[in-house]
Design a protein around this ligand. Structure first.
Ligand code: SF4
Ligand code: F3S
Ligand code: FES
Length: 253
C-alpha cells in the first residue's frame, strides 16, 4: 500500500537556509531515508544527504527527525504519528555543510585527544586471561557506530558552542571510561592518569547525568550508567581516597 506524506526538509548551507515543503509517496515498510531518496530522485535532485549502509551500522545518516536526533535509515515511517508532517533537519550541534550534511570533524578532533591503550610492558601473549565481565564491558562500548547522535543531543554542546573546547562529549568520555576500566591498560606507568585527564582535559564535570545521550543511542549502549557514572565515581574515589591523597603529597615533595 502507498500513501502521500508531507515532508519539511531543511535546505541551505553555512550561510543560512529554510525548510522546504514536499508531498511525497511512501510505501509500506519504508524508512525516512527511503523517502529522502525518493525526493532526491524526483523533486529535489540536488538535495545533499549522507548515508552509506542503510542498515544502522555505518553511522552516516544521522539527522533530526521531528527535532529528535535519529538515524534516518532506522526510523520507520510507521513509527511516526500518522498524517502529521515529518520534519527533517541536520544535526544541530555541528556546522552545516549543505542541506542534511553536517561537518562532524569536532568529533574526530576529540577522538584524537584521547591517548590510545597502552599495552603492559613485558607481558607475553597468553600470560593474562581477561575476565568475562571485563570483556563484556568493553564489548558494550565497542558497539558504537560513531553516528554522533549522542554528541548532538548532549545539552552541554548542543546549546553551548563555547563548551566545545573543554568537553569531549559522551562518546569520547565513554572511550576514556573504557580505557580506564581496562585491566591491562598501563597508561599510568607512562605518567598518564586517565581519571585526572577525564576531569581536567575531557570535561567530565560538565556532564550532569541528564542521560539524553543514552536515550538517543541507536546501539542502546548505556552510556551514562555504564560509562559516565562509573568514571565519575572512580575519579571522585581517587580524589578523596586518603591513601591516594597521602601518596600524591609524598610524591610531590
Ligand atoms: Fe552513536 Fe551510541 Fe556511539 Fe554515541 S555511543 S556515537 S549515539 S552509537
Ligand atoms: Fe550529556 Fe549524556 Fe552527560 S547527555 S550531560 S553526557 S549524561
Ligand atoms: Fe548507515 Fe544509516 S545509512 S547508519
Amino acid at each position: 500500500m502507498s500513501y502521500d506524506a508531507h515532508f519539511r526538509v531543511w535546505r541551505g548551507d553555512a550561510s543560512g537556509g529554510e525548510l522546504a515543503d514536499h508531498t511525497v509517496a511512501v510505501n509500506d515498510g519504508e524508512v525516512v531515508l527511503d523517502v529522502i531518496h525518493r525526493l532526491q530522485a524526483t523533486e529535489a535532485t540536488d538535495l545533499a544527504v549522507r548515508w552509506n549502509c542503510k542498515a544502522g551500522k555505518c553511522g552516516s545518516c544521522s539527522a533530526e527527525i521531528n527535532g529528535r536526533p535519529r538515524l534516518m535509515c532506522m526510523t520507520r515511517m510507521s513509527s511516526l504519528p500518522p498524517g502529521e508532517t515529518v520534519t527533517v533537519t541536520p544535526m544541530r550541534a555541528f556546522p552545516v555543510v549543505r542541506d542534511l550534511v553536517t561537518d562532524v570533524s569536532f568529533n574526530y578532533a576529540k577522538a584524537r585527544e584521547v591517548p590510545a591503550f597502552v599495552p603492559p610492558p613485558g607481558l607475553a601473549p597468553g600470560e593474562y586471561r581477561m575476565r568475562q565481565e571485563d570483556v563484556g564491558r568493553s564489548q558494550e562500548f565497542r558497539k558504537c557506530i560513531e553516528c554522533f547522535l549522542c554528541q548532538d543531543t548532549c545539552h552541554v554542546v548542543r546549546d553551548h558552542e563555547e563548551n566545545k573546547t573543554a568537553f569531549a562529549g559522551p562518546r569520547f568520555l565513554m572511550r576514556v571510561a573504557e580505557l580506564d576500566m581496562h585491566p591491562l591498560d598501563a597508561a599510568a606507568e607512562t605518567g598518564l592518569d586517565r581519571k585526572r585527564a577525564a576531569q581536567e582535559e575531557h570535561g567530565l564535570g560538565y556532564c550532569n547525568i541528564t542521560k539524553c545521550c543514552t536515550e538517543v543511542c541507536p546501539e542502546h549502549i548505556k552510556i551514562t550508567d555504564n560509562a559516565l557514572i562509573p568514571l565519575k565515581e572512580r575519579a571522585v574515589d581517587r580524589k578523596y581516597d586518603p591513601l591516594v591523597w597521602l601518596g600524591s603529597k609524598i610524591r610531590r615533595r
